[in-house]
Design a protein around this ligand. Structure first.
Ligand code: TXA
Ligand code: MG
Length: 341
């Protein structure tokens, strides 16, 4: 299959129209959102949705997020909108917040992977919204990467993973948030964060009297409520080691591995990078600006190729604000964590 790439900078209207037509013909098309690129299909068409699972190599028991252009579309997908969910939509939509509600069964069955609940969000991106309005369909869209790989934050990343496997890619330039949406389960009395993301726990606490984090996220013995959180994820080509400690400690680990003959790649903040002299080093922004780290993280994870690098060392970040999402992804991507005592 030839994958068509539309550059929105050239002809916005005709690109959207053509991409929408592909979707209505049950093809899959990647498009930008404010978080990461999504791989979209008509959420009401089982055959279209099936193509998402095939293109990504995604396990069929991992349900998809349904994207909508307005709140009326939500009414058509759920039994009722719980008051707390409505409050969250009013406050955070369009934006990086996915809300789990009881499904009324009108989405294709493979969207929800057999669950009674459905995940819905309204993305905050002009291209995504234009595509949703033009198709006038809810669009199921997981991140547009091959399963297990870091999510794509540019059209080029999507192309690397899915060229020849999908009908098209709408190129809207780099995404802004850089990590995926926060997934919140609103089917229980107290809402539960199933996946930390672009809307932080602190943001949610401004609006909700109480919100908890799925305890399974911090405990490997428990199985998480969000099926996707149990899979290996975000893995770069070379094994990633997280180094939790002072700058000197990081430096010593790096030197030791180099001395043993490993080709070491480093992902570091500007602050740590300034303290290290190392040839293969990627900086992903200031430690004082976690939003910037989030924006550049997945690009950095994709940068090192296994032909050049044996081990990637990456520093850890504070788990406040969007730092919770950053550390959640890094912990899943890492094969090893070295802690200074
Ligand atoms: O920012 C994002 O959320 C991006 C963009 C494209 O919107 N999408 C995204 O989708 O990250 P995906 O498929 O990579 O992650 C969806 C997550 C998975 O962990 C999945 O298990 C969970 O949401 N999920 C979907 N439906 C669910 C449900 N009914 N109950 C619990 N978890 C659900
Ligand atoms: Mg994903």
């Amino acid at each position: 299959m030839e994958t068509k790439v539309w550059n929105e900078a050239i002809e916005f209207d005709s690109s959207i129209k053509e991409a929408a037509q592909f979707l209505l013909n049950k093809q899959v098309v990647a498009f930008p959102t404010e978080t990461v690129y999504g791989l979209g299909a008509d959420a009401t068409q089982e055959a279209a949705v099936q193509r998402i699972f095939e293109a990504k190599g995604r396990p069929s028991d991992n349900p998809l997020i349904v994207h909508v252009a307005d709140k009326d579309q939500v009414e058509k997908l759920v039994h009722v909108i719980p008051p707390i969910a409505r409050q969250l939509m009013d406050e955070f939509w369009p934006g990086p917040l996915t809300i789990i509600m009881e499904s009324n069964g009108s989405a294709a069955e493979n969207v929800t992977a057999g669950l009674s609940t459905i995940a819905i969000r309204m993305p905050d991106h002009p291209l995504a919204l234009a595509l949703l309005r033009t198709t006038d369909r809810p669009l199921a869209a997981p991140s547009a990467n091959r399963s297990g790989r870091p999510s794509p934050t540019t059209a080029e990343h999507v192309f690397q993973d899915l060229n020849g496997r999908i009908a098209g890619i709408l190129d809207g330039g780099p995404t802004g948030v850089g990590v995926e949406s926060t997934v919140v389960d609103c089917t229980t009395e107290i809402p539960v964060i199933l996946r930390p993301g672009g809307v932080t726990k602190e943001d949610l606490e401004q609006v909700l009297p109480e919100v908890i984090i799925d305890p399974a996220l911090a405990n490997e013995e428990q199985s998480p409520k969000s099926p996707g959180m149990k899979y290996t994820h975000y893995a770069p080509e070379a094994p990633l080691w997280l180094v939790d400690g002072e700058e000197d400690f990081f430096h010593d680990q790096m030197e030791e591995l180099s001395k043993q003959g490993y080709r070491v790649g480093v992902i570091a903040s500007d602050q740590l990078a300034a303290q290290l002299e190392h040839a293969s080093l990627i900086t992903c922004g200031s430690r004082d600006d976690l939003a910037q780290i989030a924006e550049r993280l997945y690009g950095a994870l994709r940068e090192f190729k296994k032909a050049d690098i044996d081990i990637i060392l990456c520093e850890t970040f504070p788990e406040t604000g969007v730092g919770a999402a950053i550390m959640n992804r890094l912990t899943k991507a890492a094969v090893k964590k070295i802690k200074q005592y």
